[in-house]
Design a protein around this ligand. Structure first.
Ligand code: ADP
Ligand code: MG
Length: 671
């Protein structure tokens, strides 16, 4: 282990920590962000020989965190990533037989529990970043409590008891300890330095809808650079496109600096601007942690990932936009939507704290006091209380948790959210009227995809035309493959190329375009060049190729079983793709009402528009019925990835949206 890790606050408590883990089934560990919990504790347990009994598994709510931390720990343990230290995230498994310390997303561990309910290959499971309260971590907490809290049962299905460590950065520890049978709490003492916070004047409650906050963030970050003493800057923004935009603007401004006159601190003569967001290539991410060259100030523009999951040393200044991108269930359209919302006050404090790790720091909030008081909630609502539960409820049901209402939730979701999930599962034929998982439901749970997409894929497989759906499912599981540059001229050029790709399919259907792009690139002699010419994201497409292979493997495994459903299709072959889509997307049907306005048919009757990125945009006159993949809410509700359909194809499915009596399902759920 590198000697610098001896300076981390956790180091002094090594022996006691190891003992505390050994002494009880559950242990809560807290400590300031950066104290060494995530990178050090698993190594301590490994050194203490605990991994001889089984793998040490560490979960992270964020995919990038799992990868980055594994890289770091592999480096500290002087081993190749994927050998003793590895990671697993959705569609990317970098572990081997030798892996003893495994970082993974919470979603991955949840899938493992499906195959092995007692987690028999693990000696210790560490749930990390529990304060983030991600949906999967909350479900894992409940499951581990249910299975292991009875000491008599703690070796059930295992040869030795499992140890469960729950790590959190905030002081919600009493609640966690109480939830886990009053388990011990280990607090890693650590000092922090004072951070002075100042409020801005520009962003008030009315600015939420506009993107003016990006410019404001850039302005303040620039002011910090020119007027503050040496020290690195961390800017909190919302997502990839906002971050790229801000970095571009910062570059432009930084070009104009004359370091002889414009900068207060004469020891500073350069600005290194680095973006940090989830889908960034990992080699670029590594740069974030490296100290900047002498006399250069580092400015990292990041999503919330830098709030607790990753610690960057040397940060002295924070610029806080006050916003975060969050998945929320939108009751207006009845779907989960990624939206930009004000952060909570506790989140704002956490962000500010990042400046006071090694010395006193400053935090510049771009928003005013009124925004703080009127728009920012006290605490962030746990994900389980604000997003769709369909996929996790199916997982719970498949694990034999029949009564999903009385499951031990750390914070209960509203009952109507559970009912909504049950209703959806029933509509997809994943559960029956009595709430039991159907054969189809057991097949569906095998796919790490959203249920509607899985349903369409399984329909296609039963008709032996999975080759139409596998690439589509893969393309919808990776980041957006269409590049849309910020510059207006380039944007026009890109749009033109994308239109051309769409018209090649001859069918004006965004799903068919995805399929066609997939094949066109795959069969090209120089795929990366092809992508460049067509304004397609080569890295995203490469991931899609890999995802498609993995989905195909899952499907093949299931198809080998004799009871895999087989159906015949007597319609027109050219309709196959669209017919399969209808089976999964009948919950997302819209019908044109007037002009360019469509109305959804799911009972919400929302008024929606086709998004300009769709090939069907401006073709509305010729359309009547469509299905769509998702929605984007700005001042309007837009539907994206759209496919024209015929009413006959969904006629028999639509009544299902209204037929089921949720109270009947809920009575069964309580049994
Ligand atoms: P915690 O989990 O308590 O927040 P971590 O174990 O993540 O703390 O981090 C401990 C320290 O390790 C951080 O202060 C940081 O300096 C260092 N560190 C963590 N990850 C990296 C990395 N990828 N590159 C360089 N340093 C890192
Ligand atoms: Mg951590």
């Amino acid at each position: 282990m590198m000697s610098e890790s001896k300076y981390l606050p956790i180091y002094k408590h090594k022996a006691k920590l190891i003992q505390a883990v050994k002494d009880s089934t559950f242990l809560v560990v807290t400590g300031e962000t950066g104290s060494g919990k995530t990178t050090q504790l698993p190594q301590y347990l490994h050194e203490a020989g605990i991994s001889k009994d089984g793998t040490i598994g560490v979960t992270q709510p964020r995919r990038v965190a799992a990868i980055t931390v594994a890289q770091r720990v592999a480096q500290e343990m002087k081993c190749t990533l994927g050998r003793e230290v590895g990671y697993q995230v959705r569609f990317d498994d970098c572990t081997s037989q030798d892996t003893v310390v495994k970082y993974m997303t919470d979603g991955c561990l949840l899938r493992e529990i499906l195959a092995d309910p007692f987690l028999s290959k693990y000696s210790v499971v560490i749930l990390d970043e529990v304060h983030e309260r991600s949906l999967n971590t909350d479900i894992l907490l409940g499951l581990l409590k249910k299975v292991f809290s009875d000491p008599a049962k703690s070796t059930r299905g295992r040869s030795f008891p499992l140890k469960v460590v729950v790590m959190s950065a905030t002081l919600e520890t009493d609640k966690l300890s109480a939830f886990l049978s009053d388990c011990p709490v280990f607090q890693i003492p650590g000092r922090t330095y004072p951070v002075t916070c100042t409020f801005g004047s520009a962003v008030g409650p009315k600015d939420i809808e506009s993107t003016g906050y990006i410019k404001e963030v850039v302005k303040i970050a620039f002011d910090v650079h020119t007027s503050e003493m040496a020290g690195d800057v961390l800017v909190f923004l919302t997502g990839q496109s906002e971050i790229e935009r801000a970095c571009d603007l910062l570059y432009e401004k930084a070009e104009s600096i004359d370091y002889r006159y414009d900068v207060q601190d004469q020891t500073v003569d350069g600005l290194l601007i680095l973006p940090l967001y989830g889908s960034m290539p990992t080699d670029q991410q590594r740069q974030i942690f490296q100290p900047p060259p002498p006399r250069i100030r580092k400015c990292v523009v990041a999503t919330n990932i830098a709030a607790t999951s990753l610690t960057i040393d040397g940060i002295k200044y924070i610029v806080d936009s006050g916003f975060v991108k969050q998945l929320n269930h939108n009751s207006r359209v009845g779907m989960d939507i990624l939206e930009v919302v004000p952060i909570s006050k506790s989140e704002a404090q956490q962000r500010a704290g990042r400046a006071g790790r090694t010395s006193a720091g400053k935090c510049f909030r771009i928003y005013n006091k009124e925004f703080w008081e009127k728009s920012m909630p006290e605490y962030t609502v746990p994900e389980i209380q604000r997003t769709s539960l369909t996929a996790v409820i199916l997982t719970l049901k498949c694990l034999g948790v029949h009564d999903v209402i009385r499951f031990p939730y750390l914070d209960c979701p509203e009952e109507r959210f559970i009912l909504e999930a049950l209703k959806q599962l029933y509509q997809f034929d994943a559960i029956d009227r009595t709430g039991r998982v159907t054969h189809l439901g057991e097949l569906m749970v095998e796919f790490p995809l959203q249920p509607g997409l899985t349903r369409a894929l399984l329909k296609a497989a039963s008709l032996d035309c999975q080759d139409l759906l596998l690439p589509v499912a893969a393309m919808l599981s990776v980041e957006n493959i269409f590049i849309r540059p910020g510059h207006p001229d380039k944007q026009k050029e890109a749009d033109k190329k994308h239109r051309a790709l769409a018209s090649r399919t001859g069918s004006m259907n965004d799903f068919a375009t995805l399929l066609s792009v997939f094949h066109a690139c795959k069969s090209s002699d120089r795929p990366s060049g092809w992508c460049k010419d067509n304004w397609i994201h080569w890295r995203a497409l490469k991931s899609a190729f890999s995802v498609e292979t993995q989905l195909r493997e899952i499907l093949l495994r299931l198809q080998q079983k004799s009871d895999f459903p087989v159906e015949t299709f007597d319609g027109n072959k050219s309709e196959l793709l669209r017919r399969c889509l209808c089976t999964g997307y009948f919950t997302n049907v819209a019908r044109r009402s007037v002009g360019k306005v469509f109305c959804t048919m799911d009972g919400h009757g929302s008024m929606v528009h086709i998004h300009p990125s769709s090939a069907l945009f401006d073709q509305e006159d010729e359309l009547n019925w469509v299905v769509f993949h998702d929605v984007l809410v700005t001042s309007r509700v837009y539907i994206r990835t759209v496919c024209p359909i015929r009413y006959e194809w969904v006629k028999d499915l639509l009544p299902k949206l209204h037929e089921v009596d949720v109270y009947e399902l809920s009575n069964v759920a309580r049994e």
